[in-house]
Design a protein around this ligand. Structure first.
Ligand code: ZN
Length: 195
């Protein structure tokens, strides 16, 4: 069996079969050049690895590195490095930008030894692991408000960036005209972008 790391190949993601050089392209969704044998899912929507079979020489090829590949995917959302008021290992604060404009902040809480003990029955936490994210979106007057699909993209980006945070761990708050309102958890947002 051959192993191909997708994050190590240049270009559009296509690569030659390691045995017969048949061009295998992820764009080939009809599976003309390969067949998918097995997919092992990792955290979130990203496969951990995928086993494919080259259609021209029948070689088995395991594809790895999907996670790193997804990380380089462009997003309209971004977060800053920890702000000066952050306490590493306890809580870090970051600004959130969307299309380059600051739209809010996120506070990320990391499990302390006490949290690990307190959550023991409900959840396996490791010390130092992020386990809560509070997103505060500030919709100012005279600026276009952050829409639901923008929030979905922000949440998706944050889950990719902060490993270990899940939809249920992410709380959304909106400040509009100086008033705070709770939107809810990210798991309550529609999961697919609205058309
Ligand atoms: Zn081949």
């Amino acid at each position: 069996m051959f192993i191909v790391r997708l994050d190590k190949i240049e270009g559009e993601g296509d690569f030659p079969c390691p045995k017969c050089s048949n061009r295998i392209s992820p764009e080939d969704e009809e599976e003309k050049t390969y067949t998918i044998v097995d997919i092992v899912m990792g955290e979130g929507e990203i496969p951990e690895n995928m086993l494919i079979k080259c259609k021209s020489c029948s070689s088995m090829i395991r594809l790895e590195g999907f996670e790193a590949l997804a990380e380089t995917e462009e997003s309209r959302a971004d977060i800053s490095t920890p702000l000066p008021d952050s306490k590493p290992g306890f809580r870090t604060n970051h600004t959130i930008t969307f299309d380059g404009k600051q739209v809010g902040i996120i506070a990320i809480d990391y499990a302390t030894q006490e949290d690990v003990t307190a959550f023991k029955k409900m959840r396996t936490l490791k010390e130092g692991e992020p386990f809560k994210g509070t997103i505060t979106i500030e919709n100012k007057e005279n600026t276009s408000p952050v829409k639901t699909e923008d929030l979905q993209e922000i949440v998706k980006f944050i889950k990719r960036k902060i490993k270990g945070l899940r939809d249920n761990d992410i709380y959304l708050i909106e400040i509009k005209d100086g008033r705070k309102s709770i939107i809810g958890r990210a798991s309550q947002l529609p999961s697919e972008p609205l058309e």
